[in-house]
Design a protein around this ligand. Structure first.
Ligand code: GLU
Length: 590
């Protein structure tokens, strides 16, 4: 899940790379490292997140360099295991995003040949493999190419040479090259956003391709055929690429406050652009939705809306567990993938397989130029601006709002949905700008932060919503939380209901209300303390978060107080809100 960044140009390379890595930190923040080529290659590595940008990288002025921010998969989180990794003669240095699945057998083979390993990473194996090739081939580019062909798994590597060359090869993990308006600067990166303020054009590198920079020249190669490829530039214009807390204490709360903006971004899309997609949706034999983590929950809510509003038989798949469906999904089916990054490895693997079967793919992605976007027959962009906090909030809300809109369009009620979403955006804005809502939620968060287990109940439109509330609480507070379909409660989890056990419930004014309130009464009878998120107060609520009733978009409204609750709990516990321990935002490894 690491981020890689390379730079060539007139500016001070280490500073540009440091800023690029900072923007890539959502991909991992176990350690970071930067190398520049001056007379020789100089490197600086540190454990932990980058932190303050004024923390200079301690490297001399140089025009060329590479950097890496790590989410460790192989080898502990130490300075020694931090990327990039030097070749034995320090003639080149390499960073990787991915996992070398056959690293053990390669390592044994190389050890037999007399190579020593100084780190525990799978990445060092790539370095030594290239060295072993170089001994025979005497050509670094060719050695990188042939070594790369021996790697199994999804990986992308970037190499900096003493002679100021940059060579990057992609297979699975993302890689994109940005070019400044005057064509004097090149950025090699895991995503477009990291260099968005400085580039107007990009070259998207595909799997199995290698990009080679040398003395102002950029060449693209097909790795397995060893032939040069033509490449084309794509223009980019990313509005709102600013990465700034805008006066808020954390990105998370700033991004929750961005919700009305992201819903308005969605509404500003042309409904006509959806007509062909809506037709395909209606005609598909089966529709599947897929995602991982929070996007997996958004995918489930999209499937819910498709079933309820468009009467489409939609099934939700979890990225890592979709295998058993491979034989069942045919070319007459359609799959929908919502994703922040468009690079989630589990989901990409499924989409690649289904695409080869002729299954139609639609995606709703926040990152321009992502792999998922390029794999899709229908690609819709979230245009939510950068989401920096590792816990997704505004993008999730945009994804489920999109599901609502698409389902309504498919049922011929697109215009009506646009009105609903317009009202929803205004209502959320008002809710977020009312200080007493924050005070109330903060008080409840304080109490919940002292609990060991937290339960969440929901049904119908609110089940996925409370599940997402569960995910947010787990991510931010590291407290065990459990989202339960309220009707299932009495079949098992009721045994856990004891005096003082906290139960959060989201209730809408819908057909499930009676059942949900029944469950609330059952847990309260056993001593549970109930936090009710609802438009109407109830005697069975010990704590009450009043939300406006927005009708059919009520579930989308309900996610806002849950996100705020998770935020204030993380703050109360003194956790690193924007970078919770152990996770990364974009999971590009399996
Ligand atoms: N496998 C490499 C490491 O642990 C890179 C991990 C990644 O891309 O997430 O250092």
């Amino acid at each position: 899940m690491c981020g890689i960044f390379g730079y060539v140009g007139k500016k001070n390379a280490s500073q540009v790379i440091l800023e690029g890595l900072k923007r890539l930190e959502y991909r991992g923040y176990d350690s970071w490292g930067i190398a520049v080529a001056a007379e020789e290659i100089l490197v600086n590595k540190k454990v932990g997140a980058i932190g303050d940008l004024n923390r200079l990288s301690g490297l001399p002025e140089a025009r060329v360099g590479i950097g890496h921010t790590r989410w460790a998969t192989h080898g502990g989180i130490t300075q020694n295991n931090a990327h990039p990794h030097f070749s034995s003669d320090e003639g080149f240095i390499l960073a990787q995003n991915g996992i070398v699945e056959n690293y053990q057998s390669l390592k044994e083979m190389l050890e037999k040949k007399g190579y020593n390993f100084t780190t525990q990473t799978d990445t060092e194996v790539i370095v030594r493999l290239i060295e072993s090739k170089l001994k025979l081939l005497k050509n670094l580019k060719e050695s990188i190419r042939t070594a790369f062909l021996e790697l199994k798994g999804r990986n992308t590597i970037i190499v900096l040479t003493k002679d100021s060359q940059i060579i990057a090869v992609r297979n699975g993990s993302p890689l994109v090259v940005g070019i400044s308006p005057d064509s004097q600067e090149y950025f090699f990166s895991s995503d477009t956003l990291s260099f968005a303020p400085f580039a107007r054009k990009i070259v998207v590198i595909d799997n199995g391709q290698m990009i080679f920079y040398q003395s102002g020249r950029l060449d693209l190669y097909d790795v397995s055929k060893n032939s040069k490829l033509p490449y084309r530039f794509e223009n980019i214009s990313i509005k709102n690429s600013k990465v700034d807390k805008e006066g808020y204490d954390h990105f998370m709360i700033k991004e929750i406050h961005d919700t009305p903006y992201v819903i308005n971004q969605l509404i500003s899309q042309r409904i006509d652009d959806y007509s062909k997609f809506a037709k395909d949706l209606k005609q598909a034999n089966n529709v599947y939705t897929i995602g991982s983590g929070t996007a997996g929950i958004a995918a489930a809510q999209i499937a819910f809306y498709l079933r309820v509003f468009a009467k489409i038989s939609a099934t939700n798949l979890i990225g890592a567990d979709a295998h058993e469906y491979y034989d069942l999904i045919t070319k007459d089916d359609l799959i929908i993938a919502p994703s922040q990054s468009g690079e989630t490895a589990d989901v990409l693997e499924v989409l690649e397989i289904l695409r080869n079967k002729g299954v139609k793919i639609a995606s709703y992605v926040n990152m321009l130029g992502s792999t998922m976007t390029r794999l899709s027959d229908y690609s819709f962009l979230t245009q939510a601006g950068p989401e920096i906090c590792v816990m997704s909030t505004k993008v999730f809300t945009s994804q489920i709002s999109w599901g609502y809109l698409v389902s309504k369009i498919a049922s011929g009620k697109g215009e009506e949905a646009l009105e609903d979403l317009t009202i929803l955006a205004q209502t959320i804005e008002k809710f977020l700008n009312t200080e007493s809502n924050h005070q109330n939620i903060k008080e409840i968060a304080k109490k919940l932060s002292r609990k060991k287990d937290i339960f969440l109940l929901g049904k119908y439109q609110n089940f996925n919503i409370v599940k997402e509330g569960m995910v947010k609480i787990i991510e931010g507070s590291y407290i065990h939380a459990h989202g339960i379909p309220s009707g299932d409660l009495k079949h098992y989890a009721i045994t856990l209901m004891d005096k003082g056990v906290p139960v959060i419930v989201a209730v809408s004014n819908d057909q499930a209300k009676f059942d949900v309130m029944n469950a609330v009464s059952q847990v309260r009878t056993r001593g549970a303390e109930v936090v009710g998120i609802s438009a109407a107060e109830n005697d069975n609520f010990d704590f009450f978060i009043k939300v406006p009733d927005t009708g059919e978009t009520s579930a989308i409204m309900n996610i806002i107080p849950l996100q705020l609750l998770a935020y204030y709990m993380a703050v109360e516990l003194g956790h690193n809100v924007d970078k919770p321990r152990n996770i990364a935002k974009s999971v590009t490894v399996k």
